[in-house]
Design a protein around this ligand. Structure first.
Ligand code: ZN
Length: 318
């Protein structure tokens, strides 16, 4: 029944170009897919990750340009953490400052250095210095030197009024083990060395809901290696009385969604087929790709989307 960790994380941006520039130029992540929200084709859906956007590296954004600025609160993902090499803490501190960001003082959490900072729209992010880094596929033209690059997600922190129900889902259905507690932060982890192994539950009773909008994290997705495993999880979720959707074709993965009693929307996403299903690895993200069922509406869809530009050349031009 175990997942190997996070598959992707999806958030909201109201400023597409700033978002692209930040992920590419500041974080050195590759834009691996330019498509639309399959449930709202008037909005972009952008995916960033390592060279091929492997599971555990994929950060995605819905471009909802008319939304209000978000403010995180109870029942949401509070922060997204990426792994960095242990020798890279001073590089990242200096790099973030040089690019106009204000990282907070380096914290020590469970014995690891953590650099907290906010992205351009205020989404809380953390860089966690890790000894045993998960493997990722480097993006050859990344402005971040390979020795300092992000190694996919470290994990997420969920801000919760009560942690019992989410603890149960993580440990009884998704295969996480509680491995530590510091103050009101409860750490869960899956075994193995894939990226995105950690989920922290941050217990803040009666702390109030946030404002959903730009910078809010819409959902977090966990990996599954097969459709059978995905169905097992779906059945287990239903068995404890939580509504889980049917399997939905997201073209790059197949998904089942359920909202945890704590308020956070979870997704179970298959590793296959991945982002190279309709573009070669070297072309990933270079143009707007639509799922087959929207191709007949391409002209109408393109006419409504604002122009965006990748801020770095693709490697074939580099
Ligand atoms: Zn998703």
């Amino acid at each position: 029944m175990k997942t190997t960790g996070l598959h992707h994380i999806t958030a909201v941006t109201k400023d597409l170009q700033t978002n692209i520039d930040f992920y590419q130029q500041v974080l050195g992540q590759r834009l691996v897919k330019t498509t639309v929200n399959f449930d709202d084709p008037g909005a972009y859906h952008l995916y960033y990750g390592d060279y091929t956007g492997d599971p555990g590296t994929a950060m995605t954004f819905f471009g909802w340009l008319n939304t209000v600025p978000g403010k995180v609160g109870s029942g949401e993902t509070q922060a997204v953490a990426y792994s960095i090499p242990q020798h890279s803490v001073s590089y990242w501190n200096a790099h973030l400052k040089q690019m106009g960001f204000s990282p907070a003082r380096v914290e020590s959490r469970f014995g690891q250095d953590v650099i907290p900072f906010d992205d351009p729209e205020g989404m809380h992010m953390e860089l966690v210095a890790e000894e045993n880094l998960p493997a990722v596929e480097a993006w050859p033209v990344s402005p971040v030197p390979e020795e300092h690059e992000l190694h996919g997600f470290y994990g997420v922190s969920l801000w919760l009024d009560e942690i019992e129900s989410t603890t149960r889902i993580l440990s009884e259905i998704l295969g996480y083990q509680q491995v530590g507690q510091e103050g009101n932060r409860y750490r869960f982890r899956v075994p193995g060395d894939a990226p995105g192994k950690v989920v922290d539950l941050v217990h803040k009773p009666n702390s109030g809901r946030g404002v959903f909008g730009a910078s809010s994290i819409h959902h977090i997705a966990f990996r599954t290696s097969s459709g059978e495993h995905q169905q097992e999880i779906q059945q287990q979720v239903r068995k404890i009385g939580i509504h889980a959707t049917q399997v939905i074709d997201r073209q790059y993965f197949r998904s089942v969604y359920f909202r945890t009693p704590g308020g956070v929307l979870f997704e179970i996403a298959t590793d296959q087929p991945g982002f190279t299903v309709n573009e070669s690895a070297s072309e990933l993200g270079s143009q707007l790709v639509l799922p087959p069922w929207y191709e007949t509406r391409r002209d109408e869809i393109e006419a409504h989307l604002p122009p965006i530009r990748r801020s770095l050349p693709q490697e074939e031009n580099a």
